[in-house]
Design a protein around this ligand. Structure first.
Ligand SMILES: Nc1ncnc2c1ncn2[C@@H]1O[C@H](COP(=O)(O)OP(=O)(O)OP(=O)(O)O)[C@@H](O)[C@H]1O
Length: 223
C-alpha cells in the first residue's frame, strides 16, 4: 500500500533522514521506535504527506503524491489518511460528535450520513454516553478515543499515530492499544505508529528501530 524509497531530509545542516526504504502492506500494524531525535516523527510526517522529503519517493498505492499541488494534497489527505497525535487536537467548542464529523463535512459527504457514522464510531469506541460532551467534559482516554473516531470518519487506508498513548495512564493506554488491534483484526485497518511505549511496540506486526536517521533493525512479531 505504501512504498518509500531512499528518503532524505535535512533541517539546515542537520541530516535527519539519511536514506529510508520501507514498504507497508494493507492491514499491517507497524511501529517505529528509537531514541529521541532519531527521526521518527519526521519520517511519519513525510509518510503522512504533512512534510516533504528533500529527495526520495513516497508511493501511495502506486501514486506519487509528492507531485500533487497543495489543494489536491489536502483533499487526498482528508480522504485517505487518518492522524492521531499525542495531544488529541480536538476543537474545544465542539462536541464529540461534531469533532468527529468535521473531516467528513470537509470531504463534502452528505451531512446525515456523516453524523450517523460519527455516532456509530463513537459508540463502537465505548463513548455512547459522551456524544454531546465537549473535550473539557471528557477524560484523557475518552478524548483520545474521540480522536480515533475522527481519524476513522472517512475510512482512511492508513492511520498514522505519533505517540498516541504518550499522554495516557497505563489503563487508558492499554485500552487504546486494544482498539488499534481490534480495528486491524475486524476491518483490516493499517496503522503506522511512532511510540516510546514498549508494550504497544511489541504488539505490532513489525517494529522498525530507527537510529540517527536510518532504520537499523526490523523486528517481526510472533503474534
Ligand atoms: N522543523 C524542524 N526544524 C529543525 N529541526 C527539526 C525540525 N523537526 C525536527 N527537527 C530535528 O530533527 C531531529 C529529528 O526529530 P524528530 O522529531 O523526527 O525525532 P524523533 O525521533 O521523533 O524524536 P522524539 O522521540 O523526541 O519525538 C531532531 O534533532 C530535531 O531537533
Amino acid at each position: 500500500m505504501l512504498q518509500v524509497s531512499n528518503i532524505h531530509k535535512k533541517y539546515g545542516k542537520l541530516e535527519v533522514l539519511k536514506g529510508i526504504d520501507l514498504t507497508i502492506g494493507t492491514g499491517e500494524v507497524v511501529s517505529i521506535v528509537g531514541a529521541s531525535g532519531a527521526g521518527k516523527s519526521t519520517l511519519l510526517h513525510i509518510l503522512g504527506t504533512l512534510d516533504n522529503a528533500d529527495s526520495g519517493e513516497v508511493l501511495f498505492e502506486g501514486k506519487n503524491i509528492a507531485k500533487y499541488n497543495a489543494t489536491d494534497l489536502a483533499k487526498f489527505r482528508n480522504r485517505h489518511i487518518g492522524f492521531i497525535f499525542q495531544f488529541h487536537n480536538l476543537l474545544p467548542e465542539f462536541t464529540a460528535v461534531e469533532n468527529v464529523c468535521l473531516p467528513g463535512f470537509l470531504a463534502g459527504r452528505p451531512e446525515k450520513e456523516v453524523i450517523e457514522r460519527a455516532k456509530e464510531l463513537l459508540m463502537m469506541l465505548n463513548l455512547s454516553h459522551r456524544l454531546d460532551h465537549k473535550p473539557s467534559e471528557m477524560s484523557g482516554g475518552e478524548q483520545q478515543r474521540t480522536a480515533v473516531a475522527r481519524a476513522l470518519i472517512n475510512s482512511p487506508e492508513v492511520i498514522f499515530a505519533d505517540e498516541p498513548s504518550g499522554n495516557l495512564d497505563s489503563k487508558n493506554a492499554q485500552e487504546l492499544h486494544d482498539i488499534f488491534f481490534k480495528l486491524r483484526d475486524e476491518f483490516n485497518q493499517t496503522f503506522v505508529i511512532v511510540t516510546h511505549n514498549e508494550q504497544l511496540a511489541s504488539m505490532a506486526d513489525r517494529t522498525l528501530v530507527m537510529k540517527d536517521g536510518l532504520i537499523v533493525q526490523e523486528v517481526f512479531s510472533e503474534r
